[in-house]
Design a protein around this ligand. Structure first.
Ligand SMILES: Nc1ccn([C@@H]2O[C@H](COP(=O)(O)O)[C@@H](O)[C@H]2O)c(=O)n1
Ligand SMILES: C[C@@]1(CO)OP(=O)(O)OP(=O)(O)OC[C@H]1O
Length: 185
């Protein structure tokens, strides 16, 4: 088993929505970032990379690299999931906390968990997303940005990846590359 944790913060700036765990949430401000600013996925990527002792998100996707300009962060998560699978680990569970006064996260939690479980190739029950305010204290309390914290536990993969759970074309292609006998399965 391997444990990892990750933290990310993005400041509010101009815009009319935020993207959290791939979910588009209407808001009177956006998040300033090189990518789509998905602070939840960035924290989760750092937790996965930390568990694998493979550096951090900035090492894999350097800030300022034009390839990652406005990128959908789910692509970054798929890359980290690929690194996990290549090293023959699977997610045991992930627990994520979003810290902000607004927007309200509760109504979006199920959609967020669904996106993350698809990208990680796991059951939705293995991914927890929750939220808290910071009671108006600190930068999140002043409404200056959103912070996210993620913890993951990885376990050795005993069986082949269940491609029927995480069935995005990207993950199926990856599994097909790693385990050619599963191709088309
Ligand atoms: N951005 C947020 C913040 C909180 N919630 C939900 O509200 C509950 C109470 O938050 P406190 O910070 O006052 O403890 C929290 O447990 C979340 O369920 C939210 O949805 N979005
Ligand atoms: C996601 C990356 C991609 O360039 O950039 P940002 O969207 O700015 O996000 P951040 O968490 O500040 O840095 C990590 C980078 O890898």
């Amino acid at each position: 088993m391997r444990i990892g944790q990750g933290i990310d913060v993005h400041a509010f700036g101009p815009g009319d929505h935020v993207v959290l765990a791939g979910v588009h949430i209407l808001h009177e401000r956006g998040l300033i970032a090189h990518s789509d600013g998905d602070v939840v996925i960035h924290a989760l990527c750092d937790a996965l990379l930390g568990a694998l002792a493979l550096g951090d998100i900035g090492h894999h996707f350097p800030p300022g690299d034009p390839r990652w300009k406005d990128v959908n962060s789910r692509h970054l998560l798929l890359h980290c999931a690929a690194l996990m699978i290549e090293r023959r680990y699977e997610l045991a569970n992930a627990d994520i906390t979003v810290i902000c006064e607004r927007p309200k996260i509760g109504p979006h939690v199920d959609a967020m968990r669904r996106n993350l479980s698809i990208d990680l190739g796991c059951a939705i029950g293995d991914v927890s997303v929750k939220a808290t305010t910071s009671e108006k204290l600190g930068f999140t309390g002043r409404g200056e940005g959103i912070a996210a914290s993620a913890v993951v536990l990885l376990q050795r993969r005993r069986e082949k990846v269940n491609v029927s759970v995480g069935s995005t074309p990207e993950l199926r292609a990856l599994v097909g590359r790693l385990e050619p006998d599963l191709e088309g399965g």
